[in-house]
Write a protein that binds this ligand. Structure first.
Ligand code: HEC
Ligand code: HEC
Length: 450
């Protein structure tokens, strides 16, 4: 069926599409010290809250009209079979070509993080109804030039190794520092370990640290008998935003996992789904740039590792090239000040002495794991996927371990992406229960809010 020529239908489709982008567009970020929360729900969204409630409704209604026209539906069906590249999905991609949509959006996160900026600093109207992602602005043009510059620096000087990235120079500033600053020279150094661990002889081996973890979690035998996991809880977000969603996490050994967050109808937000069925991954964040898409880059590899880590008994087999680093101290990410009044976050700002191991996953995915020296339990996973402008980190913190049928499982899971965070508090975890396979597959079409 060809795309309809009905002008009303065309209008509806365009509107629906535009609205989806709006719902997405609003990925406001931190400015100064204010910290963003969940990638789909940020500070600026507070202002847009009411607009969204209306927008989402509009999207749903218009989408229905649109789908009747079938034109968009065909495109989507095709997109779902074979994940598209960034330049096939977006309109004006000239430097960051040949990469997946998830990796492309990751590069946007890198830019935002490196320059301490906001999507709206480079994209006209990001966070409003009139976002135009494709339009070139002076800063965007500059950023694109810098993408090419960085590639050239690495090619010309470092044999193509990715040693210089946006972060190397910018480090949280729009204009890089030029001159050494006395207070930086003479104050306590900021602990910033290298991404890649080099094994130093004489340290406890990665294997021995992983063995202690297996033991502390309940022992190899009990872990081998763990076949499924079903948890429920709440997304408490950061800073009050992104909070309030009902969370369901389900997993099936060895490598299926989904996290489904449903927001109450009155917030106007649709569900947020991260699904991985052992082979294919899906991300739906209704407020994200493109709504829903199939993962095919670093996020797919990351989803796999996260699924496998849900079943700790197999931990030694899921990565290769294991290394250990000297013990160190990690600190829970601080919560934004706006949060403390809304919710006491027990895990913010605390120090932990940890053992550190690193392994390598598919396509060069680097995974660093931090185990509590006292309990031997996993406190942090940082995984790094690759992009043309540097590694994209994702940090997942685990806390509040409790015994569930003889296995120690974390009841608080905090996610930090380069462009947002979310914190999840579980109230119940059940193990070895039947789980509907459909939950791991492609998310069902958005339901109309009641
Ligand atoms: C420092 C500037 C900068 C920031 C900040 C930035 N972007 Fe971009 N964005 C770019 C550049 C440059 C391109 C074009 C890349 C290319 O040509 O390969 C782009 C392209 C895009 C596109 C593709 C648009 C199209 O249709 O061609 C999307 C979508 C996008 N950015 C989303 C975002 C989001 C979401 C954020 C905030 C998390 C963000 N960007 C932050 C510089 C930026
Ligand atoms: C080798 C150091 C270096 C690297 C690496 C680098 N930049 Fe820059 N960047 C600069 C300098 C220096 C300036 C300031 C230029 C000026 O003031 O004229 C700048 C300015 C910018 C600006 C304009 C900021 C403003 O507010 O006017 C943007 C946007 C930008 N860089 C993006 C990027 C991105 C994105 C990357 C990574 C792909 C990157 N840069 C990597 C050195 C670097």
């Amino acid at each position: 069926m060809k795309s309809s020529k009905d002008p009303l239908l065309e209008y509806a489709c365009n509107e629906a599409h535009a609205m989806e982008l709006v719902l997405s567009g609003a990925r406001p970020r931190r400015k100064g010290l204010a910290v963003i929360d969940n990638p789909v729900m940020h500070s600026r969204e507070e202002v847009n809250m009411k607009i969204w409630a209306r927008s989402l409704d509009t999207v749903i209604r218009l989408s229905v009209v649109c789908l009747m026209g079938l034109s968009l539906m065909e495109n989507r069906a095709a997109a779902q079979e074979k994940p598209l590249l960034a330049e096939q999905v977006f309109k004006n991609v000239r430097a960051l070509r040949g990469i997946s949509v998830d990796d492309f959006l990751g590069t946007m996160g890198i830019m935002v993080a490196a320059l301490q900026s906001d999507c709206a600093d480079c994209h006209i109207g990001a966070g409003t109804d009139n976002v135009d992602w494709a339009a070139d602005t002076p800063k965007k043009v500059m950023a694109r030039a810098m993408v090419n510059m960085v590639a050239n620096i690495n090619k010309t000087n470092f044999g193509g190794r990715q040693l210089v990235t946006c972060w190397t120079c910018h480090r949280n500033r729009d204009k890089p520092l030029v001159t050494p600053n006395m207070s930086a020279i003479y104050s306590a150094p900021n602990l910033e370990p290298d991404d890649v661990i080099t094994q130093i002889p004489g340290l406890p081996s990665a294997e021995s640290i992983l063995d202690k973890y297996i033991q502390a979690s309940g022992g190899a035998q009990r872990l081998a008998a763990l076949t499924s996991y079903a948890a429920t809880g709440t997304s408490v977000g950061f800073g009050g935003f992104g909070g309030g969603g009902a969370v369901e996490i389900v997993a099936k050994a060895p490598d299926k996992r989904s996290m489904i967050i449903l927001f109450k109808a009155e917030t106007g937000r649709g569900d947020q789904i991260r699904a991985y069925d052992g082979r294919t991954g899906w991300l739906r964040t209704p407020l994200n740039v493109i709504g829903e898409f199939q993962l095919s880059g670093g996020d797919l590899d990351g989803a796999r590792v996260d699924a496998q880590l849900t079943f700790p008994g197999q931990i030694k087999q899921i990565l290769t090239n294991w290394k250990s680093a000297p013990p160190t101290t990690i600190t829970d990410l601080p919560a934004p000040s706006s949060q403390s009044s809304l919710q006491q976050d027990l895990t913010s700002g605390q120090d932990h002495i940890v053992d550190v191991v690193q392994g390598t996953g598919p396509r060069g995915l680097l995974v660093t794991l931090y185990f509590d020296r006292q309990t031997s339990l996993l406190l942090r996973e940082v995984r790094y996927s690759n992009s043309p402008i540097g590694r994209i980190p994702t940090q997942i913190d685990f806390a509040d371990y409790r015994d569930v049928n003889g296995i120690k499982l974390p009841f608080r899971i905090t996610y930090a992406w380069v462009d947002g965070r979310d914190s999840i508090v579980l109230d119940q975890i059940r193990t070895n229960v039947p789980i509907d396979e459909a939950k791991f597959g492609k998310p069902a079409p958005l339901k109309k809010a009641p």
